[in-house]
Design a protein around this ligand. Structure first.
Ligand SMILES: *[C@@H]1O[C@H](CO)[C@@H](O)[C@H](O)[C@H]1NC(C)=O
Ligand SMILES: *[C@@H]1O[C@H](CO)[C@@H](O)[C@H](O)[C@H]1NC(C)=O
Ligand SMILES: *[C@@H]1O[C@H](CO)[C@@H](O)[C@H](O)[C@H]1NC(C)=O
Ligand SMILES: *[C@@H]1O[C@H](CO)[C@@H](O)[C@H](O)[C@H]1NC(C)=O
Ligand SMILES: *[C@@H]1O[C@H](CO)[C@@H](O)[C@H](O)[C@H]1NC(C)=O
Length: 455
């Protein structure tokens, strides 16, 4: 391996001094690997605080909540086996380079590689706390709905980290009620929470299509990424052609995992400046955009079932309320993935920029709405709250809704207001409610080579 002369001393000093500042400065750019505290900084001080926005977010006094539907992303998790394998390779390479007395490579070579492949994307202890605390905050905010002895309907993706997140959420609510015969603690429902796996058209057109991510691939080879690769290679005394965008991403991911999982700023962070972090954030967002967001229609259309299920449950609660019956499902909590929430938010029109995210418009997208770290950090949550409002002294409709993203009110797309008459919301989305059907959306076009196929 060709190695350059050792870096001069000032670099070593820089590397020793920079880490603390670096980790904090970079943490806003970790995309889907962001800590939940990035979107709610007050939680770093007090994880049970409802924060400054909660008081202002109260619905009108005449409104009482009837139903709460929460869609959650699992809490902080470990890297996947694939990411750990790549990190092992990069780390090994740097350890060998460290022999040639390159200070930056030596600092990383000396870092203890503690991740094992068996951790494979599992929920970290930190992730359990994310969920317990979230449960406690939601219960404090909606005490009537979460009151003891009321039924909580809990469903989850089959992934271990989601099931563990569900169990932690329930623990956060206090000692569980005894389960009725045949009742499960958590229902596994992948057709709702991992709809993307079940949508054949999405799988063929996006997931397994080598060219579907061409904007992502182009950005990896583009000028912004090349500058980061060259800079990091220089710091590590490696020839630039020994590194590539994927290895740089592994280093950046490791910085994010060490912060999220262990709450430490690792030496991996000192490879990057804030400018580098913005480029790497864009790379992550580009992938989310083309694979889960507005890039292809099928990404969001594949979430139709989930969307409709939300409104069916709201309708049911409205019907029960109208006929003065108890609400059968006052609290519905469902745990999935960033990949569950992002398509649904796109289906509903949120965080859409005027221009698509592309490899060649990094600068123009500097102030984009589509920043996945703001939308789907670990423990991200999208909550629908249905209210019954007393009409005594207002002409307002009886049934109203609010949406909260990560515990902050989300202004509705149709009105830019933070509360909506339920009927208006349904009216705005009537096309999706009536015409978006999972089966039709996700069906692959029929192969019409009948003559050969039917033999
Ligand atoms: C998943 O949820 C949908 C919608 O509520 C329901 O129709 C379906 O039966 C559920 N599947 C399982 C396996 O529980
Ligand atoms: C793969 O993606 C490209 C780019 O979006 C598209 O043109 C092509 O039709 C897709 N191929 C398949 C098999 O869906
Ligand atoms: C994380 O580390 C910071 C700084 O070292 C400390 O102030 C904070 O309490 C830690 N947070 C947690 C949740 O351990
Ligand atoms: C939506 O409302 C907010 C706060 O009232 C305001 O700052 C923003 O400009 C509005 N956006 C649109 C598109 O009307
Ligand atoms: C299949 O192709 C034939 C000949 O091109 C056409 O007449 C027929 O309508 C097609 N069938 C379907 C189901 O698209």
């Amino acid at each position: 391996m060709a190695l350059r002369a050792a870096a001069p001393l000032p670099l070593l000093v820089l590397l020793v001094l920079v880490p603390l500042a670096a980790g904090a400065a970079l943490s806003g750019y970790f995309g889907t690997k962001s800590r939940y505290e990035e979107v709610n900084p007050h939680l770093a001080e007090d994880p049970l605080s409802l924060g400054p926005a909660a008081a202002a977010a109260r619905p009108p006094a005449a409104c009482a909540p009837l139903q709460l539907r929460a869609l959650l992303r699992h809490g902080t998790r470990y890297p996947t086996a694939k990411q750990i394998r790549r990190l092992g390779e990069l780390h090994g390479r740097l350890r060998r380079a460290a022999l040639a007395a390159c200070p930056a490579a030596a600092a990383l070579g000396a870092w203890h590689m503690w991740y094992e492949e068996s951790l494979d994307g599992r929920l970290a202890p930190r992730g359990r706390r994310d969920m317990e605390h979230l449960a406690r905050r939601l219960a404090a905010r909606f005490p009537a709905l979460f009151a003891a002895r009321r039924r909580l309907a809990l469903a989850s993706s089959s992934k271990h980290r989601c099931l563990q997140s569900g169990a932690a959420f329930r623990r956060g609510l206090g000692p569980p009620l005894p389960l009725a015969d045949g009742e499960m603690e958590i229902e596994i429902n992948d057709s709702l929470m991992r709809f993307f796996d079940h949508c054949q058209k999405f799988v063929a057109f996006v997931e397994e299509n080598d060219t579907a991510m061409h904007q992502v691939d182009a950005f990896k080879e583009g000028p912004e990424m090349r500058r980061v690769v060259e800079k990091v290679a220089d710091v590590l005394c490696l020839p630039a052609d020994e590194l590539n965008a994927d290895l740089i991403q592994v280093a950046f991911l490791t910085c994010s995992y060490e912060l999220a999982v262990r709450n430490v700023t690792s030496p991996w962070c000192s490879l990057f400046s804030e400018e580098d972090a913005k480029v790497l954030e864009y790379l992550n967002d580009l992938k989310q955009y083309w694979k889960r967001g507005y890039g292809y229609d099928i990404n969001s259309r594949s979430s139709c079932n989930l969307f409709q299920d939300i409104f069916q449950q709201l309708d049911k609660a409205v019907e029960e309320s109208k006929s003065s019956k108890p609400i059968s499902s006052p609290v519905i909590v469902q745990i999935g993935h960033a990949e569950t929430l992002q398509p649904l938010l796109a289906l509903m029109g949120f965080f859409k920029d005027d221009e698509p995210l592309r490899a060649n418009n990094y600068v123009r997208q500097m102030h984009r709405k589509f920043r996945s770290g703001r939308i789907v950090p670990y423990a991200a949550n999208l909550v629908f709250v249905l209210y019954h409002c007393d009409q005594a002294n207002s002409s307002k409709e009886e049934y109203q809704v609010q949406m909260l993203l990560n515990e902050n009110l989300l202004p509705f797309h149709h009105s830019n207001k933070t509360i909506s008459i339920y009927a208006d919301l349904k009216d705005y989305y009537k096309d999706i409610l009536q015409n978006c059907h999972f089966k039709e959306e996700c069906e692959l076009p029929k192969n019409n080579n009948t003559a050969t196929d039917e033999l």
